[in-house]
Design a protein around this ligand. Structure first.
Ligand SMILES: Nc1ncnc2c1ncn2[C@@H]1O[C@H](COP(=O)(O)OP(=O)(O)OP(=O)(O)O)[C@@H](O)[C@H]1O
Length: 249
């Protein structure tokens, strides 16, 4: 089943005097239990695509469909994990999560159980009453993920969520994400510049060029669960890096 479809999407920024054409007639889809990653050079429009889907940025032309029905962008069940956690430092971890539950009109009687369950899922059950500033970068990013998961979204949008973490912490965070994903099997649309991360996590990788055209698409058919140190993953990474950069020449 197709969860998300972006159809014939065109995005222009600015007025007629100074227009930036980010992409024209872009099509992409994510199945209900699929992990899809967008890759492409800086400025090709990856964040813009996530922002359009989430309703933060208006689409110039085209449609967004959710479960095969046209929807107003952002008017469906999704969570958005930004590159920086954007936590409210003056609220505890639990209150940060409660804030999104409240905004999503979740019944107040469910707050406690949802907060506990989502913090357990990301391994932060002891930090419910901690303030974000006391946490490490990796823990803050896990709160960020917990906050997006708390509303039990059908689609998770993730924009370079691990790029500001050191490699060891990022590795743990990727494993946390996969564990959550195996248990929930939600649709994920993920953005990264890191080919090894894309190969380790994805079912499919979509490559966008600097003109905003989707020029290549690869299915990653390595069995799951995946071992990040599997030489076969490294081999795929090397092949795709070569193929990707050849195409961009
Ligand atoms: N609010 C805006 N107003 C005008 N132009 C914008 C705006 N937001 C983004 N752009 C432009 O749109 C293009 C796509 O930007 P976007 O941030 O989506 O790219 P990206 O692929 O996510 O880049 P990066 O990999 O560096 O994060 C860029 O040329 C950018 O300058």
């Amino acid at each position: 089943m197709t969860r998300l479809r972006v159809c014939e999407a065109t995005k222009r920024y600015g007025d007629t005097a100074e227009t930036i054409n980010v992409f024209t007639g872009l099509n992409l889809s994510v199945d209900a239990d699929e992990f899809v990653t967008l890759m492409g050079p800086s400025g090709c429009g990856k964040t813009t695509i996530l922002n359009i889907i989430s309703g933060l940025t208006p689409l110039t032309e085209g449609t967004v469909e959710f479960d095969d029905k046209p929807v107003a962008a952002g008017e469906f069940s999704f969570g958005y994990v930004f590159q920086e956690p954007r936590l409210l430092d003056w609220r505890t971890v639990g209150k940060n999560i409660e804030f999104v539950l409240r905004s999503a009109d979740i019944n107040a009687s469910e707050y406690d159980s949802r907060i506990d369950s989502v913090l357990r899922r990301v391994g932060l059950d002891d930090e419910r009453d901690s303030y974000p500033q006391r946490l490490s970068g990796g823990q803050r990013q896990r709160v960020n993920l917990a906050r997006a998961l708390a509303i039990e979204p059908e689609l998770l949008l993730m924009d370079e969520p691990f790029s500001s973490l050191d490699e060891v912490t990022a590795r743990h965070a990727r494993q946390d994400l996969l564990d959550v994903w195996y248990n929930t099997q939600k649709a994920v649309l993920f953005v990264t510049h890191d080919m090894s991360e894309a190969v380790a996590l994805s079912d499919r990788i979509l490559f966008i060029n600097k003109d905003g055209n989707l020029f290549d698409e690869v299915t990653i058919d390595h069995e799951r669960p995946r071992d990040f140190d599997d030489p076969a993953l490294r081999e795929t990474e090397a092949q795709l890096t070569h193929r990707f950069f050849e195409s961009l020449q």
